[in-house]
Design a protein around this ligand. Structure first.
Ligand code: GAP
Length: 553
């Protein structure tokens, strides 16, 4: 990571603590890794994000492809569900990461992030195991690199590989490594550029020996073999603490939606195509919680399961699942852009064939360039999940292949609906909003200020009497009370006006109203725009309308 971006992240974290956006959970006891608390400003910010999502996706959803309107409804399910839910969904069996433990210092690492890569360059990829073994013995290693570096510092990692293979001027984005996790042989695809910026690509056959003895990177101790580590938090329900009482904190909100699919259909007269949405806490015992709130152990999700007719039952007039998938992908990208996430930092990344789950037909990760990394990171996944989830619950709950099929009167067909799932993280988007809003301008009263979209700003307006005398507070107080009925607002009469503007700039308050000497003469007050710093005068009676107009975007 470049040092300047790291420094930016440190400044953002400091501002978040100083101004009450985000605190470390249980900080007075030394904190607890992977858990965070929102302070007064952060709580409002995250609430505005969830409200904007609920309003724009559920209460007032966009119009579908070819002008098709559809219904969206919400649910609010319990965090602990019958453990059979997680067996059906595949989380009990498969929601795990391979881990290795240090036998000496007890540190734990993800095995795929911690393997040693011994590279031997060879002339051709070996065909048989014996051939491979003879290369392992005969060819001296060119590089011996901890794969962990690939994750913490991909540029450095690439540099090491390239220098071992004497490759000049590699562009690190283009370096691909195939077969490295499995060990054995593979090839490095390397893009090099000459001084005229002409790129050339070549494949170098290499032996990737991840079978050599690993040692702990902290204490050089011996490591255990990789073991699967389930990410679900386990608890017990009831008085007994035995295997029959085991339950889990949900690792995603989605399964509450699937488990209630039939209840919702029977109770709310929704018809395919329609969506069910849920906002709520999810819990994952992440091995490596990191990058501030980005990867936490307790976090909030904003998920939609959108149910539609499978392609084989679609009439010419119907929107197919693939069209709904493209629709939701585009809607979700535009939603982020509409809330000030700049498009050059937002990257939709379509998952490649081998990344996709076996049941998934397509998936796009909507990624954002956070300052803590040189690579974009996932904000949301939009997945075409076929009929997998409803079929799984049909099989497990009802013992039938077509347990959650519906009879579609219009199409005179029985089918299990297909699902498009836009699944977003409320905390990840809160963090992206904070990073995007953070602006440095040394010429201002506060050299750091937060350019939040007005819809998301925790405080919408502030009211200042220029001085706490000459009748100014008496004029300011009723104006403040009027605004407070409409929007979250603050009153501040302490310290110089410059310091008060600075405080509001750091909180990201879009408008500050000041009552000054002229107010008594002509009934006008100044309004200062956070982003431009410009001040104009408006009549004190028009404050409500001014804010309504400015904030209704
Ligand atoms: N139901 C699908 C599902 O849960 P996911 O990609 O595992 O998919 C969806 O999670 C979103 O939830 C992610 O894009 C991210 O925004 C958020 N998320 C997942 N794990 C997280 C974590 N450990 N900390 C914070 N947010 C997380």
């Amino acid at each position: 990571m470049a040092t300047d971006t790291k420094a930016v992240m440190e400044k953002i974290v400091a501002l978040c603590k100083r101004r009450g956006f985000i605190f470390q959970s249980s900080e007075i006891y030394g904190g607890i890794a992977g858990f965070w608390d929102y302070g007064p400003l952060g709580t409002e910010l995250k609430r505005n994000i969830k409200d904007a999502w609920w309003n724009d996706m559920v209460q007032n959803p966009p119009i579908g492809p070819r002008g098709k309107e559809f219904q969206m409804v919400g649910v609010d399910c319990s965090i602990i569900m019958n453990p059979k839910v997680w067996e059906a969904s595949g989380h009990v069996g498969g929601f795990s990461d391979p881990m290795v433990d240090c036998k000496e210092c007890k540190a734990r690492f993800r095995a795929d992030q911690f393997s040693r890569l011994v590279i031997r360059q060879i002339n051709s990829v070996p065909k048989t195991i014996d051939d491979l073994r003879s290369h392992l013995e005969d060819v001296e290693p060119k590089a011996d690199i901890l794969a962990e570096d690939h994750f913490s510092d991909p540029q450095e990692y690439t540099k090491q590989i390239c220098s071992a293979l004497r490759i000049k001027k590699p562009t690190f984005e283009a370096l691909t490594i195939s077969g490295y996790a499995a060990g054995g042989s593979g090839s490095l695809g390397i893009l090099t550029s000459d001084k005229n910026e002409q790129f050339s690509y070549r494949q170098v056959p290499v032996l990737l020996d991840s079978t050599s003895k690993y040692r702990c990177p902290r204490c050089n101790g011996e490591l255990t073999e990789p073991r699967q580590f389930n990410l679900m938090f386990q608890t017990y329900v009831g008085a007994l603490q035995d295997a029959s009482c085991i339950a889990y904190l949900r690792p995603e909100t989605a399964q509450g939606i699937f488990a209630n699919f039939k209840n919702v259909m029977d109770s709310s007269r929704v018809r395919i195509p329609f969506g069910i949405a849920q906002i709520g806490k999810s819990f994952r015992n992440e091995i490596n919680p990191r990058n501030y709130t980005f990867r936490s152990r307790e976090f909030e999700q904003m998920e939609i399961e959108f149910f539609c007719t499978p392609e084989e039952h679609c009439t010419d007039d119907d929107v197919t699942p693939m069209e709904w998938y493209e629709f939701w992908r585009d809607v979700r990208i535009k939603w982020y852009e509409s809330l000030n996430i700049k498009s050059d930092k937002l990257r939709p990344r379509q998952q490649e064939g081998d990344e996709l789950a076996h049941y998934s037909k397509a998936c796009t990760d909507i990624e954002y360039l956070f300052p803590f990394s040189d690579e974009t990171q996932e904000l949301e996944g939009v997945a075409h999940r076929g009929c997998y989830d409803l079929s799984q619950h049909g099989k497990h709950a009802k013992g039938k292949e077509d347990g959650f099929s519906i009879y579609d009167d219009e199409r005179k067909a029985k089918y299990v609906p297909h699902v498009i799932e836009p699944s977003a993280g409320a905390d990840r988007f809160t963090l992206a909003t904070i990073c995007e809003a953070y602006t440095v301008d040394e010429s201002r009263p506060s050299p750091e200020f937060m350019r939040f979209h007005p819809r998301l700003a925790p405080i919408k307006a502030a009211v200042f009497p220029l001085v706490a005398k000459d009748g100014m507070p008496e004029i300011a107080e009723p104006i403040f009370r009027e605004i407070k009925k409409l929007y979250p607002a603050q009153f501040d009469s302490k310290q110089s006006i410059g310091k008060r503007y600075a405080r509001m700039d750091e909180a990201g308050t879009p408008y500050c109203f000041t009552i000054d000497g002229q107010t008594k003469e002509d009934n006008t007050i100044t309004v200062r725009d956070r982003d431009t710093g410009e001040q104009t005068r408006i009549s004190k009676e028009s404050v409500g309308n001014f804010l309504r107009e400015k904030l209704s975007i």
